[in-house]
Design a protein around this ligand. Structure first.
Ligand code: FES
Ligand code: FE
Length: 448
């Protein structure tokens, strides 16, 4: 899938963030043809394990059948429509409806109908009443799904962004384990507001997260003696790939130096133990190492609503004596309505790291960028709620559209960047947000 020019969308009308009629259009044109993250294979390890999630506007039971296949079944009885599964997770061979007792096997087949022989017509078509099942693909343990039979295969849908996801995962030198059920929180504001933040917003760090940074939340000095400067003056690279996906990476390089000055023979992986760096480099391709080496933070979007964030630091939050770690969190931003979003957070930890490092990794994520995070998340959510409140109050036509021009003409193309996509160097840029909204606008079309 070729790279594309991404800078053609520089504004978005305000009603796109507050109007339920826009969300109705998005359900059909944005979410229906897209692949969305439901969770992780590690959440449904055994036959019968299930989790209840949302796919587009529908609730689904994500369940591993007796045959080992993971399916996403519509959580609505095919008789009168009753919600079948009310628990959020569990293990079951069958789903039995609480109204009249229709029973479905965990592969979606209608297995039992009370009084079938005595009360239903002889030609009752049981198979026609199986639960509708979405397409589900497990990719490196990520469970993506779509209702759209015509959607491209997942690998084609992901295109170039898969290279970056793989690089972040390969940097862990092995498998990744998902920590427990996801945290969930409902946030005020449209689903696109936190999502475009994750697409590439390094700009807000200096104001929104100033207090966190001033507290030395990322520590001051990396293990090799170089300065840790998360967020404020990292060398930023913004990469947009075809399909509205994007990633922003922030690199620690010494003052007066550029990314090209990194020694390829001595890669550094902030947050990982220095004595493991050679092993981590060996687990990656040389091109991946050029992306991951010296990378202190990386975050991005798999269009439309899956986001990821990898952050290093050298001291655990609130203490001076915990040594370094790094976290990877994957999130889904699910619309509840035009003005409310449910955020699900999965923390992933590499099994190649020792148990103490993994514990610190989870704790660092949980304390900062999670539903109960004490700093970053609360600061961000406060802004998202303020955006929502102000946009919702604006009379139509009162104010102009939201602006996405940051970095236009100010960033530098990065033709030698090792990964695919359209890469630009520049710490403050809305390059990636423009790519996100460009894809969104393509799908939504003209709003009535
Ligand atoms: Fe489910 Fe009747 S609604 S059995
Ligand atoms: Fe933030």
């Amino acid at each position: 899938m070729p790279s594309e020019k991404v800078d053609s969308v520089t504004t978005v009308g305000r009603r796109a963030f507050v109007d339920d009629s826009v969300l109705d259009i998005e359900w059909g044109r944005v979410f229906r043809p897209s692949w969305q993250l439901l969770g992780f294979a590690g959440e449904v390890r055994e036959p019968g394990d299930y989790i209840v999630r949302t796919l587009g506007r529908d609730e689904v039971v994500v369940v591993r059948g007796e045959d080992g296949t993971v399916r996403a079944l519509h959580n609505s009885c095919t008789h009168r429509g009753t919600r079948l599964c009310r628990a959020s997770l569990g293990n079951t061979a069958h789903l039995r409806c609480s109204y009249h007792g229709w029973t479905f096997a965990n592969d979606g087949r209608l297995a039992g109908v009370p009084a079938l022989r005595s009360a239903y017509p002889p030609d009752f078509d049981r198979a026609a009443h199986d639960l509708p099942a979405a397409r589900v693909v497990s990719r490196r343990g990520f469970l993506f799904a779509t209702w759209d039979a015509e959607a491209p295969e997942l690998e084609e849908y992901l295109g170039e962004i898969a290279w970056y996801l793989d690089a972040l995962l390969d940097c862990g030198a092995g498998e990744w384990e998902v920590c427990g059920p996801p945290q969930r929180v409902r946030a005020r504001g449209n689903w696109k507001i936190p999502t475009d933040n994750f697409a590439g917003d390094g700009y807000h760090m200096r104001t929104t997260h100033r207090i966190a940074l001033d507290q030395g939340i990322y520590g001051d000095t990396l293990a090799d003696g170089t300065r840790g400067r998360a967020g404020t003056d990292l060398v930023g690279v913004n990469i947009a790939t075809a399909g509205g996906h994007s990633v922003r990476a922030g690199y620690v390089v010494e003052d007066g130096h550029s990314l090209d000055d990194r020694d390829p023979a001595a890669p550094q992986f902030p947050g990982y133990p220095p004595e493991r760096w050679a092993e981590l480099a060996a687990a990656q391709t040389p091109e991946q190492v050029r992306f991951t080496s010296h990378c202190e933070v990386a975050h991005g979007v798999v269009f439309p609503n899956t986001v990821f964030l990898s952050v290093a630091h050298d001291r655990a939050v609130g203490t001076d004596d915990d040594p370094l770690t790094r976290y990877l969190v994957v999130r889904s931003h699910v619309p509840i309505g035009a003005r409310e979003t449910e955020c699900l957070y999965w923390t992933l930890v590499p099994t190649a790291m020792d148990a103490e490092w993994r514990r610190r990794s989870y704790r660092f994520q949980a304390r900062t960028q999670s539903a109960g995070g004490i700093l970053f998340e609360m600061d961000d959510f406060e802004n998202f709620a303020r955006i929502d409140a102000a946009l919702a109050r604006s009379a139509p036509g009162r104010a102009g559209p939201v602006d996405l021009t940051l970095g236009t003409g100010r960033t530098t193309a990065a033709p030698g960047f090792p990964g695919p996509g359209h890469a630009e160097t520049g710490t403050f840029s809305e390059h990636n947000q423009r790519a996100f909204y460009r894809r969104w606008a393509e799908l939504v079309g003209e709003l009535p």
